[in-house]
Every structure is written in structure tokens, then in C-alpha cells.
Design a protein around this ligand. Structure first.
Ligand code: ATP
Ligand code: MG
Length: 417
């Protein structure tokens, strides 16, 4: 027996409806904001993520699925959605179109992580990317896309945490102050944070280890180190959110794990799915496009974990959609019916009636049982009499009620229903 790789999951036929439900909602919200779908490859040249995501991040350092292909090129399975979109934006000269370019994706994401609830080695993200705008209005619109999705799904327990990590100029000053504050406590911090101290001290604020959390509790706050422009941008974001009546919290510990962020960073955090409470994370990345080889172009976006989103819906007892059941089961009683059952079913299917027939050579009784088991909404029994008189009775399986209709016009019944 060959088993599924660790940290991956099958979506079985009896649960795929949940994915359809969530995917339909995110697509329809994207449509309301006039955001178009982009699909990029599942793998890219490793170099893209080294430059785009940054080589001081956990993702690049520890989590990537990287391998040599047969021509010895280094290839990496997407560890996030943004870098591939940035590459496509540049490569296809999308910057030459009237801006902004507003795109969304639904993609598998691969990270070599320690599997646990809400943490997989292959998960799926819905994400959006706005390129071309530096405006705080774009930051807030992006947050409102996520908010609209949660609203439409009925999720009300997520808190929007917002922060600004400034531009590289602000961050240089802040990193100095932070390092000065942390220096004396270096030996009490976790091994990872000791490494972060030189390469990416900001990330220490995000550490989940209790010792590190204690130490950073009173650390200097990046918001106090913002330059005038970054401060004005952050204030605009907060003012707009207030105006929209969005419940949000300015949280100086939100720094995000990826190197490409500038200014605004945000997370929608839930307390219902244990330690892995971040359902959606995003922010502004004004230097990303340049970092992966394009002309400077600002961007802002987010990634939303779909497994965590479905988990949140289930934990809150919210709808995850409905299992998709067939409209009709036709039982073929006589030989003539059996001979023509495919033709009848095909006509109905073409008319948009989802129809099941027997492909197992079951007896009448067994077919009846099966029609019940698969939750067919209606049932028709087709025998000599029905064929001769062109009359069948359509039985509502839930109420037991029957209606007589013409055999050659069954589809009309469903048009009216
Ligand atoms: P975390 O802090 O939980 O590791 P992250 O900062 O690595 O999250 P992002 O890179 O921002 O997460 O990814 C966006 C979203 O994708 C997350 O908010 C989360 O919902 C989801 N996600 C990230 N990693 C995983 C994973 N290993 N399994 C399932 N979902 C994930
Ligand atoms: Mg992570």
C-alpha cells in the first residue's frame, strides 16, 4: 500500500462541495471588485523566490520544495503566490496597460513544514494582487476584499490587525534601535531568533516562542520610527478603515514573514483554530517588482489559506455549502427501458437536469435503495406501460408526492421546478 505524502490531503468526492462553495464566494467577490484571475505555473525557477521572497525568510531558508530537473535547472514548487504573479506581470508587460492591474489567483502552495492542524505541506491559497498604485486607498480596498469574503461567508470572529513596517529608510533606523534593545537579551532568545538578530531582526517580533515574546513585549515600536510619508500613509489607512466602520487593531507585532513588504502589513486573525490562527495575511510590497527584475512598480495584496478558511467555517458551525445531489434517478424496469435508458438520460442531461441511471445491473429494489442513498431529489420508474402511454410519474423523494408528466418532456418539469 502506497500512502499519501505527509502533510498533504485528499479532497474526497463527498467533501469537494465545500471547496466549490468557498471558491464560488471568493470568485464572486473578486468580480464585484473587478479583479481578474491570473494562473501561473505550479513551479518556477528557484531564483525567482530567492530574489522575490528573500533569502532571510523561513520560506526560502527551510520550507521550499526545490529540486533539479533533468536538465539540471533548479526548480521550486510555488511556496507562495505573489512572486509568480510579479514575474508574469513583468514578462507579459502588463505594466504597459492602463493601471492598476488587479489580479486574483487560487493556487496550491508547497512548504516543507511540520504538519499539524491548519499547517500542511501542500495547502491552497486565494490571493489578490494590485499593481501600479501607491495609494493608501488601494491598501484599504485590498483589505475590504478579504473583509467582504468573510462577511459573505458569515465569519465574524476575525480581527483585522494592521501595522506599518515603513520603507527601507525607516526600517534601517528602527532595526538599529531594535538591535540595541535586544542585544543584552540575545542569549535568552531561541536559536532561530539569534540567527535573525543580524539578518532580519524585525522577524523576532513575530516569534511564537514564549521567551522571545516576553523579551519583545517592551521593545521599541516601528510606528515610532516612520518617516513623514510612511506615517501619513499609515494614518490614511487607519482613517479609511474607521470611516468604513471596520473593526481593526493597530498591532506593532505584525511584521509578516516575507522580505518584500513595505509600509502596510495586515493579518485577519481568528482565535478558533488554535495556534494557526492567521487566515489571511498581506500588505504592500513596493520593491518586489524591481527585486525580481522589473521597473519599479508598487503593489499590494494578500494570501488567504483556504484550508484554514474552511476549518474556520466548520468550527463556527457556519455553512460550508451543500452536497451536490442529482436531480433525478431513472429506474429502468423492463428490457425496452434498459435498452433506451442512456438515450433518455442523455436528453435530460443536455437540458441541464442532473440524472443518474443504473450502471451496476442492480435489481429494481436495489436501485430504489441506491436512489435513496445518493439523495436523488426525484425518481422516475420506466417500464412498458410508461413507454406505451408516454406518461411517467415523477416522485419527490423527500415528500413522497408524485406528479404525472409526459415521458418525452420530463425536462419541462425541472424547468418549472
Ligand atoms: P504562518 O504564520 O501560519 O506560518 P505565514 O505567515 O507563513 O503563516 P503566509 O505566507 O502569509 O502565511 O500565507 C498566507 C496564508 O496561507 C496564511 O495566513 C494561512 O492562512 C495560509 N497558510 C500558510 N502556511 C500554511 C500551511 N503550511 N498550511 C495551511 N495553510 C497555510
Ligand atoms: Mg509560515
Amino acid at each position: 500500500m502506497i500512502n499519501i505524502p505527509k502533510g498533504t490531503k485528499d479532497v474526497l468526492p463527498n467533501e469537494s462541495y465545500k471547496w466549490h462553495y468557498v471558491e464560488n464566494v471568493v470568485r464572486s467577490v473578486a468580480k464585484d471588485f473587478n479583479i481578474k484571475e491570473i494562473r501561473t505555473p505550479t513551479f518556477e525557477h528557484t531564483e525567482l523566490f530567492l530574489r522575490g521572497v528573500g533569502d532571510t525568510t523561513d520560506i526560502v531558508n527551510k520550507e521550499m520544495y526545490t529540486f533539479l530537473d533533468k536538465a539540471e535547472r533548479s526548480i521550486t514548487l510555488k511556496p507562495e503566490g505573489t512572486a509568480g504573479v510579479a514575474r508574469a506581470f513583468i514578462e507579459n508587460s502588463l505594466y504597459a496597460n492602463p493601471q492598476p492591474t488587479k489580479m486574483y489567483y487560487i493556487t496550491p502552495v508547497f512548504r516543507y513544514e511540520k504538519p499539524q492542524a491548519g499547517r500542511l505541506r501542500e495547502h491552497h491559497q486565494f490571493g489578490i494582487e494590485y499593481y501600479g498604485s501607491s495609494s493608501a486607498i488601494a491598501d484599504v480596498e485590498v483589505m475590504m476584499v478579504a473583509k467582504s469574503i468573510f462577511d459573505r461567508l458569515g465569519v465574524s470572529n476575525l480581527v483585522l490587525n494592521v501595522n506599518s513596517i515603513g520603507c527601507p529608510e525607516c526600517r534601517k533606523k528602527y532595526n538599529e534601535a531594535l538591535k540595541k534593545y535586544l542585544k543584552d537579551n540575545l542569549s535568552n532568545m531561541c536559536h532561530t531568533c539569534q540567527e535573525r538578530f543580524e539578518k532580519n531582526p524585525l522577524r523576532i517580533l513575530d516569534c511564537k516562542e514564549e521567551a522571545c515574546k516576553q523579551i519583545t513585549q517592551n521593545a521599541p515600536v516601528v510606528l515610532d520610527y516612520l518617516c513623514d510619508d510612511c506615517r501619513a500613509h499609515h494614518e490614511m489607512v487607519c482613517n479609511q478603515l474607521t470611516k468604513l466602520g471596520v473593526d481593526f487593531k493597530v498591532n506593532p507585532h505584525i511584521v509578516r514573514g516575507l522580505d518584500y513588504y513595505t509600509r502596510t502589513v495586515f493579518e485577519f486573525v481568528s482565535n478558533n483554530i488554535g495556534a494557526q490562527g492567521t487566515v489571511c495575511g498581506g500588505g504592500r510590497y513596493n520593491n518586489l517588482v524591481e527585486q525580481v527584475g522589473g521597473k519599479p512598480c508598487p503593489g499590494v495584496g494578500f494570501g488567504m489559506g483556504l484550508e484554514r478558511l474552511i476549518l474556520t467555517l466548520e468550527n463556527l458551525g457556519l455553512s460550508v455549502g451543500e452536497e451536490e445531489n442529482p436531480d433525478l434517478y431513472i429506474i429502468a424496469m423492463c428490457d425496452r427501458a434498459k435498452q433506451d435508458i442512456l438515450v433518455y438520460a442523455q436528453k435530460l442531461r443536455q437540458a441541464g437536469v442532473s440524472t443518474e441511471i443504473d450502471v451496476m445491473d442492480r435489481s429494481f429494489k436495489a436501485q430504489l435503495k441506491y436512489a435513496n442513498k445518493i439523495n436523488a431529489k426525484y425518481m422516475v420508474v420506466l417500464g412498458d406501460e410508461e413507454i406505451d402511454t408516454n406518461k411517467v410519474s415523477i416522485k419527490n423523494m423527500a415528500t413522497g408526492e408524485s406528479v404525472e408528466v409526459d415521458l418525452d418532456k420530463i425536462e419541462n418539469f425541472f424547468k418549472e421546478a
